[in-house]
Design a protein around this ligand. Sequence first.
Ligand code: FES
Length: 228
Amino acid sequence: MHYHLLCVITKLGGITPVDIKQGSISDNSTSVVNTTRRKFLAGATSVLGGIGMIGASVPFVASWKPSAKAKAAGAPIRIDVEKLEPGGRLVVEWRGKPVYVIRRTKEALDAVANFPQEALKDSDSTAANQPSYVSGFARTQPGKEEYLVLVGLCTHLGCAPIYRPDVGAKDLGGDSWLGGFFCPCHGSKFDLSGRVFAGVPAPTNLEIPPHSYETDSIIVIGIDAETA
Ligand code: FES
């Protein structure tokens, strides 16, 4: 994908890395961060500080060097989500794209289940780029509703939407904001299933990449569920 200049510069917008594991970065968008993670943070400060500095001044894609494995064309990425806390997010790179994995809370799932249909462009994801084995308001495989797997690129011009799970955020609509993703480039908004709001520039829901579950806590990005 050709990256819009502003999009590239804002690739790390809203991402505050606090953990690196198996080639992934997770952020502190959630309100819950456990003690173990904080301890890990202390040990990783110098590494993460470097990432933060790079993210502030250098385009994301150029600065975020993928592992040798990730460089291999089409290589699948295995993600261990066991320690991802409810409300938290992991970000990994797959085929040069950021992929978000969100562990949704019960409240978040209730929000997407009851989201006003008229406020969404495509509530049933009929025009969305997503595998045939994900469905429904949760946009997941059956039984896997807790974990949302998305390509973190806005469907307008490819900026990285910011994960904003903070319900009631005043800058995003106050009481009507039930958590979701906000693209700062041109103001597109998405709910916590990556469904695009009506009346914003992004034309379609956020893409869901091919993925499967190796175990209950190991998600493999790049291998379809049917062929796993
Ligand atoms: S890139 Fe334009 S709104 Fe996201």
